[in-house]
Structures are given as structure tokens and as C-alpha cells.
Design a protein around this ligand. Structure first.
Ligand code: SF4
Length: 348
């Protein structure tokens, strides 16, 4: 596999061109072509000397993925199946909204965590993605959605929000994820506060984010108020207890001043009872957080169900009565299996 250019920062590109005997500012031009002008080939980079373009083409590839399939939902959601340079396949989703444009990226090929309600978890785990492969998904979604020519005003031209909520557990690939965060901020100009990292709760990773005062939005996939129930839902994430995870969240809030989001996938008859709602309200007491309720999205092959509406309302009102801010995630992309927990490489 030859070296790829996407994934290098402007500073790294400046060093790279200097090694090739060119002035450092050529590195800035290279970054402009890759990250802002979405170049697919070195030939397109017409303001770079021909000799440099040829040399780069001999030694590097840009690192763009191949689009294997595109699915457009009725609600403007777009899901892509991408092949990386070694053939590894990941799914990524574009969510154009009025006024902004979001992308949900994958950080691993498959996922080793194996949550029982998640289609990705069923596919097993192949490998980590590189920072370049994570950022590349954003560029490809941006280009693909733009080519749909949706009505004017239905979204911004460039992706301005990224969620690390696709295939994989980002904190099991933390180095690449952190580098991708820096690239999205510095090279694509996406505000840190518009980046959301979702984790099942790997405490050392959360504490590292806290220690670095990372201004991202941290979302914890909690899904249960106690360890016994959580062990059933996320069998391979039992290393850290609910108490340890929430303590790490408190530390994140203390160091960053950022409110934490607690994701709670509501599964009928499993974690959606009034007892769990009261217990949840008790364990998050005093934590600067809001709870995001996610009624389960049916994934083929799984026999789980979303609770009836009345049950969701009751769960929500118990939390709200305890003074906990609650949101309920809008289901987008369900028609094309692009909603939360539905991403999966179907061709594995
Ligand atoms: S929900 Fe997230 S952590 Fe759990 S199996 Fe799916 S991708 Fe992995």
C-alpha cells in the first residue's frame, strides 16, 4: 500500500515538499487542493510545478476512497458504502439539514464492542481506520451530497458538523481519531464544538480527552443505569462500571466546562421501564449532562423493538421531573438503514 497524502496536516505537507526540494509554501497549496478543493489526482493541482506533481504521483496516492454504493433516503439522508485502498469497506452517512450539514463517520472497519442492538457489532471487527481514512469520508460525503443538487437552502455547501458515531468505537482507535479531529478543525475549518465523539465509555480515553481539555461534544452510549443491565446490552464493555464512567464524565466536565450527552437507546421491555428511568435519574444526579433518548431503530437480523410511544413519554417525563434535560433523537435515514445502530457492511 503506497503512502497517502490525505491525513497529513499542512505542517506535515510543508515538510514533505521541502524534502522534495520545493519551498514550504507548496505544502499549503497541496493542503488547499486536498482538503478545500477536494482533488482526486495530482494532475489537477495546476498551480504546482509539473515536476513536483510527477514526483508526488510516483511516491504517494491521494488516498480517496472508492464509492461502492450510494443510497438516498426520502429525508435527504445519504448513505455511502466506501472501499478503502486495501478494499476494507465502511459506511458513512451525510445528513443535510436546513442551515447546516452533518456527517456521521466510521472510525473502525466493523466494531469489536458488539452491542446487542447494533448492526455493526454483528459484523465483527477487521481493523482501525487511519486519520486520513476518517477525514476522507467527510470529503466524499460532501461531494456526493453536493452532486445531488438538493433544493437551495436545504443545507450548507460544506460539512460543518461531524459525529464519530458510525462503525466502530472511536476510543479504541484514539490516536487516529484525535488526529482526525485536529485535521477536521485545522484543515476543514470545522469548529471543535461541532464535533461529537460517541463512546461506550472507555474511561482512560475519556480522561485523556479531559486532560487535553478537548472542546468536543462527548456523548456516552450509556443505555442502562446499572452494570447488570449494561452487561447484557454491551457484553464486551464491562471493564468499566457505570460509576467509573460517570466519574470520568464528571472529570471531563470539570476540565473542559462542556456538558456531556448520555445516549440511551430505548429497547422495549429491556431498559425502558419506570424503574430504570428513576434509577438513571439517580445515578446522573449532579452531573452536567443531558440525556438523549433514542428509540431503537430496527436492524435486520435483530429481534429487538422500540417501546410504544406512551412508554417513551413516561420514561422521558420521569427524567424531566428529576430536573434532567432530555432530548429525543429524530429518526433520520431509517429507510436506508442509516440511522443509529443500523450501519453495517452488508457485504462482509
Ligand atoms: S453501538 Fe457503537 S460501540 Fe456498540 S457495536 Fe455498534 S458501533 Fe460498536
Amino acid at each position: 500500500m503506497s503512502k497517502t497524502i490525505i491525513g497529513l496536516s499542512t505542517d506535515e505537507l510543508r515538510a514533505l515538499v521541502e524534502q522534495a526540494g520545493e519551498p514550504a509554501y507548496r505544502g499549503n497549496q497541496l493542503a488547499e487542493w486536498i482538503y478545500r478543493r477536494e482533488a482526486h489526482t495530482f494532475e489537477e493541482m495546476t498551480n504546482l510545478p509539473l515536476g513536483l506533481r510527477s514526483q508526488l504521483a510516483r511516491e504517494y496516492e491521494i488516498g480517496r476512497s472508492r464509492i461502492l454504493s450510494v443510497q438516498h433516503g426520502r429525508d435527504t439522508t445519504t448513505k455511502l458504502l466506501l472501499a478503502m485502498s486495501d478494499g476494507a469497506r465502511v459506511e458513512t452517512v451525510g445528513l443535510p439539514y436546513a442551515g447546516h450539514f452533518s456527517c456521521c463517520v466510521s472510525t473502525q472497519v466493523g466494531c469489536p464492542v458488539g452491542c446487542i442492538f447494533c448492526a455493526t457489532g454483528m459484523s465483527g471487527y477487521t481493523r482501525n481506520l487511519t486519520a486520513g481514512e476518517i477525514v476522507e469520508q467527510v470529503l466524499t460525503v460532501q461531494e456526493t451530497v453536493r452532486s445531488r443538487q438538493l433544493p437551495a437552502g436545504s443545507h450548507t455547501d460544506r460539512i460543518d458538523h461531524v459525529t464519530f458515531m458510525g462503525m466502530g468505537e472511536p476510543l479504541l482507535n484514539q490516536a487516529a481519531t484525535m488526529k482526525a479531529i485536529q485535521l477536521l478543525k485545522n484543515e476543514l475549518g470545522i469548529a471543535m464544538r461541532h464535533l461529537t465523539l460517541s463512546t461506550v465509555g472507555f474511561v482512560p480515553g475519556i480522561l485523556k480527552l479531559a486532560g487535553e481539555k478537548t472542546q468536543i461534544t462527548l456523548a456516552i452510549s450509556l443505555h442502562a443505569p446499572n452494570d447488570r443491565l449494561r452487561r447484557k446490552l454491551i457484553p464486551r464493555a464491562i471493564k468499566f462500571s457505570v460509576t467509573e464512567i460517570l466519574d470520568a464524565c464528571r472529570e471531563f466536565v470539570r476540565q473542559t466546562g462542556r456538558r456531556v450527552t448520555l445516549e440511551y437507546c430505548l429497547l422495549n421491555g429491556i431498559n425502558d421501564g419506570s424503574r430504570e428511568a428513576h434509577e438513571l435519574a439517580g445515578v446522573v444526579d449532579g452531573l452536567n449532562c443531558h440525556v438523549n433518548l433514542i428509540p431503537y431503530n430496527a436492524a435486520s437480523g435483530l429481534t429487538l423493538h422500540s417501546p410504544p410511544r406512551e412508554q417513551i413519554r413516561t420514561f422521558r417525563s420521569i427524567l424531566e421531573s428529576a430536573g434532567i434535560p432530555v432530548t429525543q433523537r429524530l429518526q433520520r435515514g431509517a429507510g436506508i438503514d442509516a440511522a443509529c445502530g443500523q450501519l453495517r457492511n452488508r457485504t462482509i
